[in-house]
Ligand binder design. Structure first.
Ligand SMILES: NC(=O)C1=CN([C@@H]2O[C@H](COP(=O)(O)OP(=O)(O)OC[C@H]3O[C@@H](n4cnc5c(N)ncnc54)[C@H](O)[C@@H]3O)[C@@H](O)[C@H]2O)C=CC1
Ligand SMILES: NCC(=O)COP(=O)(O)O
Length: 354
């Protein structure tokens, strides 16, 4: 992997923050995060990518609401890379205009980062349907980031630090934004080998784990029950794991764990300090909801969507645009705060190990 280098290497992490869909909660969670006391003590520089007009109008709106007693940063005090895309924006309604705008914010942040001006990007959520209406046919922000970076080998890893035990949950999705009916077609031995290698490298390079313990989920109920409930585990997943163990003696990897019970031990490690030992360093889930239902149940306000395999750091909160609560002042910035903290930490690790 080619990690970006630039003249101010080893300087303060410079983080681009995109506001996401301007009809969603993006401006609110960014302004609330930048007022967070812990975050303000971080030795990093933040620049917001988005339309200054929406930041200012939402700031006034939120200040006037009685529902919020949380601090909100004043856009006048923040670094803003002002991007104006004209279109009809109505809070709570994603549309072609909001999709065109959120696409342009991210596209510009990527261009500036690839040009060496930033070390990492934290993205507020976009609506994939709004991108589609605006003519941008991507499964999500991840795919645009990868395409612009000319990277084929990338992954969506959710990372959350337990507030109870400090144990870190990491869950990589083998397949992501595809219909459920496509999942078994796309799950191949080549794909799983690629994801395992990506995960192993990320655990080493991003998190400093030299001898990782990886838990891998089965695909079918009961991991196929010896072929009775599905043949993938028996026919290729178990043989692949057996091969992988021989090739990577430094990695401890499980057999395919029945997907319903795979999350019992991480839940214990998340909640109970005496049972942290039950948690693995990372979990490989076979499809979106197999991984994200447990992650969001355990850690909706903590988990961070991290793109691994890119030449720069990218994180994002684990939730979406929350159109239903946009402009109400009740959006929780916790996952965004974690995303910003993790981005700074990952940049620092890259700087130290480069
Ligand atoms: N990282 C990203 O860009 C993501 C984008 N999305 C997009 O978001 C749109 C809406 O998706 P949904 O499935 O409805 O998920 P969502 O996460 O936007 O909302 C689900 C529920 O959680 C609540 N919620 C979400 N974030 C919250 C927060 N910070 N504080 C308080 N409550 C919060 C919402 O009000 C809603 O009731 C979709 O268009 C989807 O494509 C969804 C997930 C991630
Ligand atoms: N469910 C996760 C999600 O939708 C994030 O997508 P992306 O826009 O970060 O690719």
């Amino acid at each position: 992997m080619n990690i970006l280098r630039h003249s101010s290497w080893q300087s303060k992490p410079r983080i681009a923050l995109t506001i996401g869909d301007p009809a969603g909660i993006g401006t609110e969670i960014i302004l609330k995060s930048l007022a967070d006391r812990d975050l303000r003590t971080l030795d990093a520089e933040f620049t917001i990518f988005g339309d200054r007009r929406y930041l200012e109008s939402n700031y006034q709106l939120l200040k006037n609401l009685k529902t919020t007693n949380i601090q909100i940063a004043d856009p006048a005090s923040l670094g803003i890379f002002d991007i104006r895309i004209d279109g009809e924006i109505t809070l709570g309604v994603g549309n072609r205009g909001s999709g065109a705008a959120s696409f342009a914010y991210l596209d510009q942040a990527i261009a500036q980062t690839l040009a060496g001006k930033f070390d990492g990007i934290v993205t507020a959520p976009i609506a994939k349907s709004a991108w589609k209406q605006a003519g941008h046919d991507y499964a999500g922000q991840t795919e645009l980031l990868a395409e612009r970076s000319h990277i084929d080998d990338f992954g969506m890893l959710f990372v959350g630090k337990s507030p109870y035990t400090d144990w870190i949950l990491r869950a990589l999705l083998a397949t992501v934004h595809i219909p459920l009916s496509e999942v078994t077609r796309q799950l191949t031995p080549e794909l799983i080998e690629q994801k395992l290698e990506l995960l192993r490298r990320s655990l080493l390079q991003d998190f400093g784990i030299t001898h990782p313990r990886i838990a891998i989920a089965g695909i079918n109920p009961h991991s196929g029950e010896q072929g009775q409930l599905g043949i993938e585990e028996r026919d290729w997943l178990q043989p692949l794991i057996d091969r992988y163990r021989q090739q990577h003696p430094n990695v401890q990897i499980t057999n395919p764990i029945p997907p319903d019970t795979m999350w019992v031990n991480p839940a214990k490690a998340w909640k109970d300090r005496d049972r942290i030992f039950l948690g693995y360093d990372a979990y490989l889930a076979m499809y979106h909801d197999q991984g994200l239902i447990p992650v969001k149940l355990l850690a909706f306000d903590r988990a961070v969507n991290t793109t691994i395999g890119l030449p720069f750091v990218r994180t994002s909160p684990d939730h979406g645009t929350a159109f239903d609560i946009a402009g109400k002042g009740i959006a929780d910035p916790a996952s965004t705060i974690e995303a910003i903290k993790l981005a700074v930490e990952l940049v620092q690790i890259r700087q130290e190990t480069s």
